[in-house]
Design a protein around this ligand. Structure first.
Ligand SMILES: Cc1ncc(COP(=O)(O)O)c(C=O)c1O
Length: 462
């Protein structure tokens, strides 16, 4: 006898049968999506008119002529022009599991047949408890203390919540440190944190942020000294006014530039000496190094106060230590995520931590090594056209044409036309091409095929 009506419903054998049928149909239909396919000329007219409709209604064209049909097969995705592409950017690092993943669809169906579309901070179903628990346990597994988890629906909102928590704790301090060329999201607050003038053109000032130069592997000691000096100089100028330091440990939007433990420790020491909270923005780095959290990879567990996650986690979140708990009234939102999203988030995170992706010998590192060595070979053959460094883990990046921005943009568009989705990082003056692969779905042979398309595309460029 079921303890609740829901238990009886979820265990009804008809549901299991229905899910089996869906899986069977999906397997059959997705089976043909196993390689790059050009667009179907017969669909050109309808596709172009769909693209135009989207551009008209959203007030501007899309970066790529990309409109998906809603089906894919691992790293392959079908577009509405009939083409099939390798997805090596995954919506800028979201579809870790690839396209039409059976386990994820199963998890989403469980959410979809529950009583509501959305869960929220006033009304959450039991799946939320499982999700909070896995976030919290994983964040604390090496001695970290960020056991409190607040869910939200975007990375920018997770960051907003982190800033609110920190400002309240450090009130009346009102300034923040951030890294030069960082990206923190698109809200009015985060537009003033992101170090890019174009992203806040015409917006009223919200937060006072001072920028510290990011780590440079070419000048390890010099970059540490310069960053510490810059912090101390600003602390002399604005004593007692800094509430926090937001750190992207690997700069994603800027082109996958990798930090360093000694560098972070030196800056965090200055934070600790001056009562400044340490916030790590892992919206992009979550599950992309050999550890679930990049702060664990850099061994900063004991030093971080607040961390934010998003993208791969499917549901975004702000995690914080007990001593950063907000006062009642500071935080709440209507939505925490859809029921399907929450169910899928638990599935995906659980799979990442149990499925052999993490660790020195895990799949993430293996894929990276393969990608890097292939790119090194192409770079050797094409000196002025391609160079490294090539990122870390499942954040692979490369410099094309010496970082020339218009050429790099043209390259990504040509690569798209040739069947591979990547994205440009426009960290002026050194633009880069980056890849955020669907780790669960990618095999080494896929990387080889993608690299062949990269090389062909480079050769097609002037
Ligand atoms: C480091 C970082 N922080 C925050 C964000 C913002 O996340 P969202 O676009 O979900 O608001 C992003 C998105 O690219 C990011 O890379």
């Amino acid at each position: 006898m079921s303890k609740t009506v829901a238990e009886g419903f979820y265990n009804d054998s008809r549901l299991a049968k229905a899910k089996e049928l869906i899986k069977e149909a999906l397997t059959e239909h997705q089976a043909s999506l196993t390689s790059i396919r050009p667009a179907n000329p017969a669909l050109k007219e309808s596709y172009d008119s769909l693209l135009k409709k989207v551009a008209d209604f959203r007030g501007g064209a899309l970066f790529y002529n990309y409109l998906g049909t809603g089906i894919g097969n691992g790293p392959f995705v079908e577009l509405a022009d009939g083409s099939v592409k390798y997805d090596f950017i995954t919506g800028i690092g979201v579809h870790y599991m690839g396209h039409s993943h059976h386990g994820v669809i199963d998890a989403q169906i469980n959410g979809a047949i529950s009583n509501t579309v959305m869960n929220g901070h006033l009304q959450q179903n039991v799946d939320t408890a499982k999700l909070l628990e896995i976030f919290s346990h994983q964040a604390c597994k090496y001695g970290g203390e960020m056991k409190n988890v607040f869910l939200s629906t975007s990375g920018a909102m997770a960051n907003e919540n982190a800033f609110k928590i920190i400002f309240q704790k450090r009130s009346p301090a009102s300034r923040f440190f951030a890294f030069e060329k960082c990206f923190a999201g698109r809200t009015l607050g985060m537009a003033w944190v992101t170090d890019k003038a174009a992203y806040r053109a015409g917006l009223p000032k919200t937060i006072d942020v001072d920028y510290i130069p990011f780590y440079s592997a070419d000048d390890h000691k010099g970059s540490i000294d310069r960053a510490v000096y810059a912090m101390k100089k600003m602390l002399t100028r604005y004593p007692g006014q800094y509430a926090g330091f937001i750190m992207e440990l690997i700069q994603g939007e800027n082109g996958s530039w990798v930090g360093n433990t000694e560098y972070f420790e030196a800056l965090i020491q200055v934070c600790k000496d001056n009562n400044i909270s340490v916030m790590v923005d892992e919206v992009q780095t979550f599950a992309r190094t050999q550890e679930l959290f990049a702060f664990q990879y850099f061994k900063l567990d004991k030093l971080v106060d607040v961390v934010t996650v998003g993208k791969n986690s499917q549901v975004c979140a702000t995690l914080f230590k007990d001593d950063h708990k907000p006062k009642p009234g500071l935080m709440s939102q209507t939505f925490t995520g859809s029921a399907s999203q929450i169910s899928a988030a638990h599935y995906v995170i659980n799979e990442i931590v149990t499925g052999g992706y993490l660790g020195k010998e895990g799949k993430i590192n293996k894929l990276h090594d393969r990608f890097k060595s292939n790119l090194e070979k192409i770079a050797k053959k094409n000196p002025g056209k391609l160079s490294g460094p090539f990122g870390i883990g499942a954040m692979v990046a490369m410099t094309t044409f010496g970082g020339d921005e218009p050429k790099t943009k043209a390259f990504t568009i040509k690569l798209f036309e040739n069947g591979v989705l990547s994205f440009m990082a426009s960290g002026h003056p050194t633009a880069r091409v980056r890849f955020l692969m669907p780790v669960m779905a990618v095999e080494e042979k896929h990387i080889d095929e993608v690299c062949a398309v990269i090389e062909k595309t480079l050769n097609e460029m002037e």
